[in-house]
Design a protein around this ligand. Structure first.
Ligand code: BES
Ligand code: MN
Ligand code: ZN
Length: 512
């Protein structure tokens, strides 16, 4: 993991592999962003012109490398696009800074040290740049041979290790707010990167059992209470959803409960994550072309896990319980069949019409379990439906809720932290499509609006009077395209920052 420092050092004397500066899109030509004054001066104030000559416009995601000016210890200047120049007196937006820092961090893979001379208007900017660097520098190389003969990867998937050290120039090492921003960004980004590692780990190594063991170890390290229900305990407790989905796999299901508590907490949040370590579809087997990335089907559980650990590391004054609903969905002679009826933890019966609609079954048990503690709110996170990907594309998650205000709050927080999201409805008329002649409800309804149907199914397992929201992250959980901004290929860690922000806001609100 990249080590971050705040630094007031001047750019020219810095011993680093590169100095990163910001360039924005001006009215007619690119403009050098604040923070890079010393660098611009060393080019005789002509940096903007040089960049324009090199084809730079200042657009988001753009990267231009140029030799450092004479007298600089660092050999390279990297100019990264910040998008439109803000209005006079206004600062660059945090998401533009986060993205730009991420683009530069990715491009500087393999470097020992880089200095970031991006515009630091306030602590929020420090936080955004720090997150961008730490998230952008991420690489997953556990399974890549580094050529040293031990079969263990040490260099990044693209052949380059993440930057070892990054200095944020213009941020003040003695400023309390700047320091706090760095501490927060580090905790959140490290846990988010840990979620990415879990998502990227192949399903032959990440099973419900090994995921539970990882959660147990992390909980112990951070003073979080942890309880793992294994198959025996699930049978005893009557968790028919988790058992039904896990029935076909040699790797049995688990329900993990992580309880972070603070002595001064006034509010209690429950986060519930879908943790299908591999979704083959089960007896309703997915065809080739639809199962290659299904190791990502535990992204919800990974996000919940990361958010609870981050809340603990930040010592937030709120109680947060994380529920990881872990199972592997496989076909076999012991697998649940289309037509089987499961008796869920809540006591309701479900006719399984399609074993590929398994996420709602494991979530139903975990949501009912979470409801028994009567938290102030429940938020579940799940790669639940292909329909949500069709509706919102691969970068935006859908938010459904039984409370419009709560849905709006989550949408606002998601936008604030730079996680694209959009509110979706739960139309009542879609509920009757799940009526079953045999059981209380079927696990499938109308095909149209499939993401909303799934949301309506989950709503059946929320305890009376409890505020609840459901985040369908099937689109943004796993990036099948090339990297962009601070988002790598593969597991993205989406929803982690929204959950942490919600925990922070709940803690603050309860204090005030
Ligand atoms: N895990 C999938 C949803 C998914 C699709 C996640 C694409 C990530 C990318 C889920 O378990 C599933 O298979 N859903 C079915 C439900 C249907 C059978 C009612 C779907 O969306 O097709
Ligand atoms: Mn499925
Ligand atoms: Zn699934």
């Amino acid at each position: 993991m990249t080590a971050l420092t705040l630094s007031t050092a001047a750019a020219p004397g810095l011993r680093a592999d590169a100095i990163v500066v910001g360039v924005a899109k001006g009215a007619k030509s690119p403009v050098v962003a604040p923070g890079a004054e010393a660098v611009d001066k060393a080019y005789d104030g002509k940096l903007a012109g040089v960049l324009e000559t090199l084809g730079a416009t200042g657009a988001e995601g753009e990267l231009t490398k140029l030799p450092a000016p004479a007298g600089f210890k660092a050999p390279l200047v990297v100019a990264v696009g910040l998008g439109e120049e803000p209005a006079k007196g206004a600062a660059h937006g945090t998401e533009a800074l986060r993205k730009a820092a991420g683009v530069a961090a990715r491009a500087l893979g393999g470097a020992k040290k880089a200095a970031f001379a991006l515009p630091v208007a306030d602590a929020a900017a420090v936080s955004a740049i720090a997150e961008g660097v730490l998230l952008g520098a991420y690489s997953f190389d556990t399974y890549k041979d580094n050529g040293n003969g031990n079969g263990k990867g040490a260099k990044a998937g693209n052949g380059k290790a993440p930057i070892a050290e990054a200095a944020l120039l213009g941020a003040k090492p003695r400023d309390k707010e700047h320091k706090a921003a760095l501490t927060r960004a580090t905790a959140v980004s490290e846990e988010l990167n840990r979620a990415r590692d879990l998502i990227n780990t192949p399903p032959n190594d990440l099973t419900p059992e090994s995921f539970a063991a990882i959660a147990q170890a992390a909980a112990k390290e951070h003073g979080i209470k942890v309880q793992v229900l294994d198959e025996k305990a699930l049978v005893k407790g009557g968790y028919g959803g988790l058992l039904g989905v896990g029935a076909g796999s040699a790797a049995g299901p688990r329900l993990v409960k992580l309880s972070y508590t603070h002595a001064k907490a006034k509010k209690h949040l429950a986060f519930v994550g879908k943790g299908i370590t591999y979704d083959s579809g089960g007896i309703s087997l997915k065809p080739a072309g639809h199962n290659e990335t299904m190791k990502c089907d535990m992204s919800g559980a990974a996000a919940v896990f990361a958010a609870v650990v981050a809340a603990a590391r930040l010592g937030l004054e709120v109680n947060v319980t994380g529920w990881l609903a872990l199972a592997e969905n496989m076909p076999s002679g012991t697998a649940t069949r289309p037509g089987d009826v499961l008796r869920m933890y809540s006591g309701k019966t479900v006719e399984v019409l399609n074993t590929d609609a398994e996420g709602r079954l494991v979530l139903a048990d975990a949501l009912w379990a979470a409801s028994q503690e009567k938290p102030d709110a429940i938020v579940d996170v799940a790669t639940l439906t292909g329909a949500m990907v069709l509706a919102l594309g691969s970068r935006t998650f859908g938010i459904m809720a039984n409370d419009d205000t709560f849905r709006g709050t989550i949408h606002t927080l998601a936008e604030e932290v730079g996680e694209p999201a959009w509110p979706m409805p739960l139309p009542e008329h879609l509920r009757k499509g799940m009526d079953s002649p045999t059981a209380d409800i079927a696990n499938m309804g109308e095909r149209m609006g499939g993401g909303l149907v799934a949301g309506l199914f989950l709503r059946e397992f929320i305890g009376d009077g409890i505020t609840w929201a459901h985040l369908d992250i099937a689109g943004p959980a796993f990036n099948e395209g090339g990297p962009f901004g601070y988002t790598p290929k593969g597991g993205t860690g989406t929803a982690v920052r929204t959950l942490v922000r919600l925990a922070e806001q709940t803690a603050d609100g309860a204090q005030g």
